[in-house]
Design a protein around this ligand. Structure first.
Ligand SMILES: [Fe+2]
Length: 229
């Protein structure tokens, strides 16, 4: 069953692109899920509703939907079921917490991640944005944005862009195929990213998964989160 979820070959095909990228490591992979499983996730992706939290401040406007018992995007993800979501979404969530899932991302990236730190949905509609920013919590954090938006137009704002600085004009990559794809980057002092202001009446649907190094003595390599990612 687990073999039918993520298309690991497609991820691995982008390994050198990721590992050789400058000024920080990132890549973009199409068809990250096996098609059949993706369509089930896509069909059950939750619509923006009163269950979602509107995150609005000077730096962003976005809608977040949390998993299970979590009350904030800052809380650490736990391996728990949530029956507000479909069977396939629960299967995928459970799979994210397995050694196989974490090991494959660790081997692909060369980044020593050992656990899921965050797992939440982020949807954007007209008027949403996130200013370019850098987390810089350390070298053992991988941020994954998985996309569930069909018929995205070339050049349309909404995908997470990568930039040379905390300045939108220094944008170096922005994804447009947001139907079954993933943008991945390694956190660092150079890992600038954000989302351009959505000017059209569209809905960008994504899931953020943060993987990070963790051990029982020192805890999370990136420490306890102090701000939203
Ligand atoms: Fe971020």
């Amino acid at each position: 069953m687990d073999n039918d979820i993520i298309n690991w070959n497609n991820l691995l095909a982008n390994q050198s692109d990721f590992q050789e990228k400058k000024p920080f490591k990132f890549t973009f992979v199409k068809k990250i899920f096996h098609e059949k499983f993706y369509e089930k996730l896509y069909g059950e992706f939750p619509n923006i509703s009163e269950r979602w939290n509107k995150a609005s401040d000077h730096s962003k406007l976005q809608y977040n939907l949390l998993w299970g018992s979590k009350k904030s995007t800052l809380e650490i993800a736990e391996d728990e079921e949530d029956h507000n979501f479909s069977k396939e979404w629960n299967t995928f969530k459970k799979y994210c917490h397995t050694d196989e899932f974490i090991r494959n991302f660790r081997e692909f990236s060369g980044v020593p991640v050992s656990k899921v730190k965050h797992f939440h949905f982020i949807s954007l509609k007209k008027g949403c944005f996130q200013l370019p920013h850098i987390h810089n919590v350390g070298p053992s954090t991988l941020i994954c944005m998985l996309y569930f938006s069909k018929n995205w137009k070339e050049g349309e704002p909404g995908g997470t862009y990568m930039a040379n600085e905390e300045d939108e004009s220094s944008l170096i990559f922005e994804p447009y195929d947001l139907d079954n794809s993933i943008a991945i980057f390694q956190d660092s002092e150079f890992a600038a990213h954000g989302t351009r202001y959505l000017t059209n009446d569209v809905e960008r649907r994504a899931l953020q998964i943060t993987l990070e190094g963790y051990d029982n003595i020192n805890g999370w390599s990136g420490g306890t989160p102090i701000r939203k990612m």
